[in-house]
Every structure is written in C-alpha cells, then in structure tokens.
Design a protein around this ligand. Structure first.
Ligand code: AMP
Length: 279
C-alpha cells in the first residue's frame, strides 16, 4: 500500500494510472467495518482504490466536537493494508487548503433541514473538502455511506452543480449485531453505552414497521418519547422525509417513498442514523 501526505506526490504517482479507473473513499479516520465496506465496494469496480484520512475542520461548527474527534492513524493504516487498499492519502490542513477558501454552497432544501439545520455550515464544509479532493485526485467513482444519507444527497447535488464527471455510489449502512450503526464516534462510548445506543436503531425499526397503523405525527411522538425516556439520551431531531427530496413530511400523502432520520446525543456523543420505511 502506498502512503502519501503531499498533494504533489500523490498526483505524480497517479499519472501512472491515467487511463485506469480510480475509486475514492473519503474518511475522517478511526476506521471501522462500515468504512471498509466502502473500500470493498470500490475494489469491485475500479483498478485502484484510494482512501483519504482527513479530519476536515471546515465541516465542524462545534470546536469541541472537532477536538474530541477520535484519531487512530497507525491502526487505520494497518486496517487499510489488511484489506489491500492501494493508496492512502493523509494530507494535513495546509495541503488541503493552501489558500483561503470562502465558498458558499447552497443546495436548496438539503441546506436547510435536519443535519443542515442542526449543524450550520456543516454541509458547506463537506462540499468544499469533497470538491477539493475531487480536484486533487480526479477519481472515476467515489463511494459514500448511506449512514450519512443527507450528506450523500448533498454530494450528488454538488457533482451536478460543479459539473463533475465523478460517479457517486451510495453504500448501505453497516451495523453492529445489536443494530447500532457503526460510527467512529461510537469509540467514545463504553460497551454498556453502545448497548444502550442500539435503542436508536430499535426505535427506528419500530417506526418502519408501523407505517400502516400510525400517522407520521404519532410515530414522531413515539420516537421522541422513547428516546427521552432514556436518561443517557438527548434527542436532537426525528423526521420522516420524502426519500427522493429529503423534504420532511407531516402526512403520508406528502410523499411516495419515505425515510426516517434522527440525531441523538448519547452521553454527549452525537449519533445519527436513518432507515428507509418500506411501504
Ligand atoms: P466518516 O469517516 O465518518 O466521515 O465517514 C466516511 C465515509 O464512510 C462516509 O461516506 C460515511 O457515510 C461512511 N460511513 C460511516 N459509517 C458508515 C457505516 N456504518 N456504514 C456505511 N458507511 C459508513
């Protein structure tokens, strides 16, 4: 596996693969099986696979969250070697942002609801870093997890907006056996807290199974009440949205396909999850 820290070095190396397909997986490190499933998806479809590890300061509106973000670079490199990833790119902030960037992206409703509403500036920071990585690496395809479903929608919108030729591939959420969506942030929880946190996916599963017998409002109340009953949890939001547009709905008649979204703080660790509601 090749390891690069500098933009110029990885770009020089990539000239060897000019006419080959390049798959790209952007991460912030502390890799888990969810990340590795994206690497695997890329390896199925591309000649070479690049994984980046970069904690992007521009996508953190909360400085404490940025400081506490877990870092395990040596272990990450071992994990990437063990799955035969071809290239890992680990740039520092100066490499990614040599010049001041003051772009303001607007993605319509995607810039206004759920994660966008609760983390102002977050998706602008995501769009800035992904545009920059696409510029540096010119991948053929890029792989993003449905764990961050709204982010995936933002990236698809970004690619359209900037006329990029990168093909965006969404990959399914990888969960623990107890249902908890894998996340680097889970590392900040004890084993007992992780078990408790699996309540989030269990409550989402309940919502998904009760579409036909309950109204949207009833299910929203159910979810928020169930979360509030747990002393470890502070729920931030729960929405059922149109799966195509991500516009939150209040009545089933407002959409044809649905997806439930939530963010819940578990002992100060902010976890997000989502689940598609099958009709
Ligand atoms: P992150 O390191 O959290 O920025 O995530 C990097 C990529 O991995 C993003 O595209 C995430 O959506 C994806 N990802 C994170 N957790 C999971 C998971 N549990 N299952 C699938 N993809 C994931």
């Amino acid at each position: 596996m090749q390891i690069f820290y500098k933009v110029k070095e990885i770009q020089d190396y990539l000239t060897k693969f000019n006419s080959e397909s390049v798959g790209f997986v952007a991460t912030m490190g502390s890799l888990h099986k969810g990340h590795l499933s994206l690497i695997n998806a890329s390896q199925q479809e591309n000649k070479i696979t690049i994984c980046s590890i970069f904690i992007n300061p521009k996508q953190f509106s909360n400085q404490e969250d940025l400081i506490k973000y877990p870092q395990n670079i040596d272990l990450d490199i071992e994990k990437l070697k063990s799955v035969n990833c071809d290239i890992v790119f680990i740039p520092n902030v100066e490499e990614v942002y040599p010049n001041k960037v003051e772009k303001e992206f607007y993605f319509g409703v995607l810039s206004e609801v759920m994660e966008a509403k609760h983390r102002p500036g977050h998706f602008n920071g995501v769009a800035i870093v992904i545009e920059r990585f696409f510029e540096i690496l010119s991948p053929t395809r890029a792989y993003f997890g449905e764990k961050d479903f709204q982010q995936l929608a933002v990236i698809r919108a970004l690619v359209k907006k900037i006329n990029s030729s990168v093909k965006i591939i969404g990959c399914p959420i990888y969960r623990e056996i107890n249902g908890l969506a894998m996340s680097s942030r889970n590392e900040r929880l004890s084993e007992a807290e992780k078990e408790e946190a699996s309540e989030i996916s269990k409550a989402l599963t309940y919502v998904c199974q009760h579409k036909n017998s309950h109204s949207v409002t009833e299910l929203k109340d159910y979810f928020m009440n169930r979360m509030s009953m747990n002393k470890l949890f502070v729920p931030e939001y729960f929405e059922i949205a149109d799966k195509n547009t991500l516009v939150p709905i209040n009545n089933w008649s407002e959409a044809k396909t649905y997806i439930a979204f939530t963010a819940v703080n578990v002992e100060g660790v902010r976890l997000i999850d989502n689940m598609t509601i099958i009709n």
